[in-house]
Design a protein around this ligand. Structure first.
Ligand code: ADP
Ligand code: MG
Length: 322
């Protein structure tokens, strides 16, 4: 393990994460579909009222990827993360993580999955760390519970804290650390047992912008150094611009994706190119961005025309009828 002091650019981090992930998986051809959601449905029933939190969500994340999920409050982000981390079970559809089938796995397998395969960082700093333990002890704890404490555990805890940039907090308790320091420490705790996947639900929700950026730097470093697959929910679009792929969820469905790819320009300088895609499901459905719908006052039905290399969408309102 090496500690990253300088801030390497996004492309370098991406490359490193892919290399580490390939090493973990036993080959670059084993990276596809580390996380797969297909037509995922989650219906909550409370007092006879049904809430469809997820209505056929599709998502594929490759091993070693760092993906941000964005979306308005109530769009289903936490529901997806709770399902993927094994805390909640879906109503229907497919949800697979690292070879585990989250719909059919036994209680015993689920426990093993939650202990060894996934790590989690919550929004509330207080939920991630034990207040009466120091940062280092907090990171050591999950290793101890897994029977891997001792000197090696202590060394790994120190290394992980340095990796996320809070090595200087090793002997402090959470109460003696800032919110951002606590969340970075929480990232170290979450990866202590070397999980394959790390989920973080709005880990920067209670932090200011500058502090949030530090937490994201920690996540990127962990992704690059350990090759762990990371899915992070955030409402912070500023922060979402720091990852290669952002998935937008609207009304319990994957609505669009923004991809950033590194390209070498004519002047030989590497630049990041941003492209936005609408997500097309297997039934051919897609969601038009709200801005497009508003701009043309589209509603109820639209007219589609197939052109040689694209599809035209026009208002279905009949115009000019006397
Ligand atoms: N345990 C639950 N019981 C009933 N409804 C729920 C429950 N959890 C979430 N919901 C509902 O599901 C929808 C999605 O919630 P959530 O996944 O928490 O959204 P987000 O994290 O994007 O804000 C919301 O309408 C929410 O009220
Ligand atoms: Mg939420």
């Amino acid at each position: 393990m090496t500690m990253v002091r300088e801030a390497p650019d996004l492309a370098t981090l991406q490359r490193r994460a892919a290399e580490r992930a390939a090493a973990r998986a036993g080959g670059a051809d084993r990276l596809r579909g580390h996380i797969v959601c297909d037509g995922l449905v989650r219906i909550f029933t409370t007092e006879g009222v049904e809430v469809v939190a997820l209505q056929g969500l599709d998502l594929v994340v490759d091993r070693g990827e760092l993906v941000a999920i964005v979306g308005a409050s109530g769009s289903g982000k936490s529901t997806v993360l709770n399902i993927l981390s094994g805390l909640d079970t879906p109503t229907a559809g497919i949800a697979r993580v690292a070879g585990f089938d989250l719909l059919t796995m036994s209680a015993r397998k689920r426990l093993r999955y939650r202990r060894h395969t996934v790590g989690f960082v919550w929004q509330q700093t207080g939920r991630n760390l034990l207040p009466y333990l120091t940062a280092r002890e907090n990171v050591e704890l999950p290793m101890r519970l897994a029977g891997r404490g001792g000197r090696a555990g202590r060394r790994r805890a120190t290394e992980l804290l340095e990796m996320v940039g809070v090595g200087y907090c090793a002997d402090r308790r959470p109460g003696q650390m800032s919110g951002g320091e606590q969340q970075r420490c929480a990232v170290a705790v979450a990866v202590a047992n070397d999980p394959e996947v790390l989920f973080a639900d709005e880990p920067t929700g209670e932090l200011d912008e500058a502090t949030a950026a530090e937490v994201f730097t920690a996540l990127r470093t962990i992704n690059a150094e350990l090759g762990v697959t990371i899915v992070v929910v955030t409402h912070d679009h500023q922060v979402a611009s720091q990852v290669r792929r952002t998935v937008a969820i609207r009304d319990g469905r994957t609505a669009s994706e923004v991809h950033r790819t590194a390209r070498v320009g004519a002047d030989g300088v590497e630049e990041l190119v941003t492209e936005e895609y609408a997500v097309l499901d297997r039934a051919g459905r897609m969601q038009l961005p709200a801005g497009f719908v508003d701009a043309l006052a589209l509603r109820d039905r639209v007219k589609l025309t197939l052109e040689p290399d694209h599809v035209q969408v026009r208002s279905g309102e009949e115009r000019g009828t006397p």
